[in-house]
Ligand binder design. Structure first.
Ligand SMILES: Cc1cc2nc3c(=O)[nH]c(=O)nc-3n(C[C@H](O)[C@H](O)[C@H](O)COP(=O)(O)OP(=O)(O)OC[C@H]3O[C@@H](n4cnc5c(N)ncnc54)[C@H](O)[C@@H]3O)c2cc1C
Length: 411
């Protein structure tokens, strides 16, 4: 780009960091300002509930070399909060009052954990998990031992429960629904994950709410809706996240995230959003999609960067997610509705090696491979293509996933 101009990125997480990287890779030679509230350069969050939490692995920086940002002339402003947005004046106002004028703006402000609206939620020893500091605090609790109560049986709750259990803590999961992961995966797969945790000695209090967290000065027990009091050393609250739209609300269309089109452009010209905060029109699913997945941040950041440069962008990636709990690794690709889509299972759920497929009519809308590898790409391709698939072939482990279409080549 020959005209020097200023591109501001608010949110120095994965999506924002990848966007800055892509702008330079694509030859943009204007000013890039990457504004981030945290005291760190962009890093990956998945290890924070897995190997990093268990003190078995390090942090995963987007740029291993701390000097990368200066070397590439990216002004990384850490510990800097963007406080408001002036869309008509093309400026972001930072805490302290500095106005940053932009020619293009990218919002990658991510999401933040929901807080428990209950007595005792702010006691010492009650943890949320989003940042390195959160993970460090939970890691210290795991090292101290005792019982950990995990409130919420979603992905974060399940992964923290697994890590704490692997490190020898006693663990109780309290989940108001009948099964962990029920809302995202449905009853069959929720039952699968219940058994995985129960087999590892995790106590699961399902269909059970929380009334309060109690203790003198710090969390000592969790009082449940069925009248139990669970003594504990620490509590982790994993009850979901909300997109960080505070900034966007001052001038952009917002509804469960920042509304963006297929180019990831928001309701104002020259303003884009990507990652957990973006609720994007999706050409494959023909509806808006906002996902909280690492791969989405990794792919949408670069796509938004290209759109900022005026390139022809149509973001049509199939959502992809992974999770590791004990020796159960899984990848999920697609987007299904557990309440209405049909489940077809290939392989052995009891043996913990299987693929779950979800169908809408004859079309594959999602697939989840558990301890079966190298099949996520063909699953994503099938979901993207919308080709009709054959149930019997889907269920047959001898038919490669690439060949489950209902009109296979003769022979
Ligand atoms: C513990 C944990 C484990 C996970 N494990 C997995 C996994 O196994 N698989 C998977 O697919 N996904 C996983 N995820 C989800 C994945 O990490 C997220 O989808 C990803 O981090 C989203 O990236 P992002 O850049 O959109 O947002 P974020 O990572 O949330 O980054 C946004 C950044 O913007 C900053 N910010 C927000 N508002 C402002 C402001 N006004 N001014 C300045 N800065 C601001 C925030 O401080 C933050 O640093 C996990 C998440 C967590 C927390």
């Amino acid at each position: 780009m020959s005209t020097p101009s200023t591109f501001v990125i608010v949110g120095a997480g994965m999506a924002g960091g990848k966007a800055a990287e892509t702008l330079r890779e694509e030859g943009f030679d204007g000013r890039i300002v990457l504004v981030g509230a945290e005291p760190h350069r962009p890093y990956e969050r998945p290890p924070l509930s897995k190997d990093y939490l268990r003190a078995e692995g390090g942090l995963a920086w987007l740029q291993e070399d701390e000097g990368w940002y200066a070397q590439h002339d990216v002004e990384l402003r850490t510990e800097t909060v963007a406080e408001s947005l002036d869309v008509s004046g093309s400026a972001v106002v930072l805490a302290g009052g500095e106005r940053l004028q932009y020619d293009r703006l990218l919002l990658t402000t991510g999401a933040e954990p929901r807080r428990l609206p209950l007595p005792g939620a702010d006691l010492e020893g009650v943890h949320l998990l989003r940042t390195i500091e959160d993970s460090d605090a939970i890691r210290a609790a795991i090292e101290a031992g005792g019982r950990l109560v995990v409130i919420g049986g979603g992905w974060i709750g399940c992964e923290v429960a697994a890590s704490a259990r692997q490190k020898g803590m006693d663990v109780t999961i309290v989940e108001p629904l009948e099964l962990p992961l029920l809302r995202v995966l449905g009853p069959e797969l929720g039952g699968f994950y219940r058994d995985v945790h129960a087999d590892q000695g995790v106590e699961l209090l399902l269909g059970t709410g929380v009334e309060a967290i109690e203790g003198s000065g710090r969390a000592e027990r969790v009082r449940t809706s069925d009248g139990r009091a669970i003594d504990c050393a620490a509590v982790v609250v994993g009850i979901g996240v909300t997109p960080r739209t505070e900034l966007a609300e001052g001038g952009l269309d917002v509804d469960n995230g920042v509304l963006v089109d297929e180019r990831l452009q928001a309701s104002a010209e020259g303003v884009f959003a990507a990652g957990d905060v973006a609720n994007a029109a999706h050409p494959v699913f023909e509806r808006r999609v906002r996902v909280e997945h690492w791969a989405n941040a990794l792919e949408q950041g670069p796509a938004a960067a290209r759109a900022m440069l005026g390139r022809d962008v149509r973001y049509d990636k199939v959502p992809y997610f992974f999770s590791d709990q004990y020796d159960v690794g899984m990848e999920y690709a697609g987007l299904h509705d557990p309440g209405s889509d049909e489940l077809v299972v290939r392989g052995d759920m009891a043996g913990r090696e299987f693929i779950a497929f979800w169908l809408r009519g004859d079309r594959l809308v999602a697939g989840m491979n558990v301890n079966v590898w190298d099949v996520s790409d063909p699953i994503q391709e099938l979901v993207r293509s919308g080709a009709p698939v054959d149930r019997a072939r889907l269920a047959d482990p001898n038919v490669p996933v690439e060949e489950v279409s209902s009109s296979p080549a003769a022979g």
